[in-house]
Design a protein around this ligand. Sequence first.
Ligand code: PMP
Length: 352
Amino acid sequence: MSRFLSERFAELEPYTPGEQPQDRVYIKLNTNESPYPPSPQVLEAVNREQVSLLNLYPDPTCHVLREKLADTYGVEAENVFVTNGSDDILNMAFMAFCDREHGIAFPDITYGFYSVYGQFHGVPCHVVPLTEDYRIHVPDYENIGMHIVIANPNAPTGIALPLNAIEKIVRSNPDHVIMIDEAYVDFGADSALSLVGRYENLLVIRTYSKSRSLAGARLGFAVGSRELIQDLERIKYCMNPYDVNRLTQIAGIACLESDTYYKTNAENVMQVREYTTKALKDRGFVVLPSNANFVFARKPGIEGEAIYQQLRAGGVLVRWFSGARIRDFVRITIGTKEQMDQLLSVLDNERS
Ligand code: PMP
């Protein structure tokens, strides 16, 4: 820390991203990326001609992409907000809607960035414990009287809430913004997009980083009432209007033209998830029921960190979190069946 850093940030605890190691080739099951490349349409769209236009700024309104997203999800372009990854939407939403007097509630076990943004923006965070079996207890959030952010499915548990539960939370808090972070929704959970037209306080946040194989391009979008979207735009235009680069906008548009490709990939991931869950259970693991592209698993009698280290030594990277209630678990991204077989064989070797 330099002596110039503003005191405002001296106590901050930044988010720790998953490892992106360069030292050797690992089977990378630690940051919930897709094991599949972007679709052939994307590879074709991001071409020489587009690269040759990089001397020009991108469209700050992301007009074409927004129209296409609006068509795809049955809303108007004015209901769609596009950013450089969905972390940016969360950050801007905390800035737009939360402050010292307007706190936010979220589960004790959830995506680590929520508490980081809370700290970063000086927002009181009301942390609501998950139940003993790691579920969100819906009544805890009804009439809570503050903004809420919920990942659905939740991370790192993978457990999803049904749409009627989300609706109860949204409906009972009409004077607060309810952010539903649907980063993993394409792997078998209910989306709240169908509620957007009915609730002006609902903001659904999506990413292209998981089911759409574009983690490296950085693309996220939110869908909500025109007023909420305008508020987010206000923040964006105070920070970085050109936050979504040209190539990413092109890739995002092409993605929406290859829906079948991505649906098939998501189905494959779901099948491999069931295969992996069973294989882990056969090996004595406890695996939480996942609707995401990862599973959260523990093996009674072995520390989570030890499993993580064993796998790492065997060339397989997974994610371990040191938090009190989850330190026994590892979070394993679902890759291809071959990658999961490799993981299982490392686990088997460690057993013998
Ligand atoms: N929300 C959740 C629950 C996540 O796990 C992630 C990925 N780390 C994100 C949001 C952010 O994704 P991105 O910024 O890549 O869109």
